[in-house]
Design a binder for this molecule. Structure first.
Ligand code: 5GP
Length: 199
């Protein structure tokens, strides 16, 4: 059996990470999604425990103190973190765990967990990115401006990633990520036990 691993997917707001991850999970029942904790308020339709664990600043501080995060960061004025226990249990079981997190979080994971796979998702153009955020209609003008400014900054970190996927068409982007997963599962480092059976 191939060992479990972390698949980190980052990309600027409006790159379509949410949509791509949702489709990726629909098409691949075996993949597991890591639900982050955040101090951001839920958007209409978001469900606690499904999209995020919506918590307050006090609880977030407690989780930091008790080493309950694999990584955490402030993004667009809110705090976000990956609960460590869930992720580590799943990896132990041999699962592939998807982390949809920002570049600061990805860098922290890279330092702690070398075997992780890093994918950077980008929109076809900055114009398209702006259209997507505006069309979503869930952010204020101030928030849209902040997310656009942050997007340009985040793009500078692409070198930290293993793969870049352009999200022009969702199904196409998902297929590319599936291809990456397929190849990553075949890495010698993840398949050492198989050799024992052959020899
Ligand atoms: P949103 O508020 O649009 O759901 O997410 C804003 C940003 O926070 C996105 O770039 C998303 O990838 C990032 N994010 C979500 N969860 C986490 C997390 O657990 N850790 C970090 N570092 N970033 C996260």
């Amino acid at each position: 059996m191939s060992k479990g691993f972390l698949l980190v997917i980052s990309g600027p707001s409006g790159s379509g990470k949410g949509t791509v991850c949702k489709k990726l999970l629909e098409r691949n029942e075996k993949l597991v999604f890591s639900v982050s904790a955040t101090t951001r308020k839920p958007r209409p339709g978001e469900i606690d425990g499904v999209n995020y664990f919506f918590i307050d600043d006090k609880k977030f501080d407690e989780m930091i103190e008790n080493n309950k995060f694999l990584e955490y960061a402030s993004v667009h004025g809110n705090r976000y973190g990956t609960p460590v226990d869930f992720v580590m249990n799943e990896i132990e079981k041999g699962e592939i765990v998807i982390l949809e997190i920002d570049v600061q979080g990805a860098i922290q994971i890279k330092e702690k967990y070398k075997e992780a796979v890093f994918i950077f998702l980008v929109p076809p153009s900055m114009n398209e990115l702006k259209n997507r955020i505006v069309k979503r209609g869930t952010e204020s003008q101030e928030d849209i401006d902040l997310r656009l400014k942050n997007a340009l900054n985040e793009l500078k970190f692409v070198d930290k990633y293993d793969y870049i996927v352009i999200n022009d068409e969702v199904d196409e982007a998902v297929s590319k990520i599936e291809a990456i997963i397929k190849a990553e599962k075949l890495r010698v480092a993840r398949l050492k036990d198989i050799l024992d059976n052959i020899i």
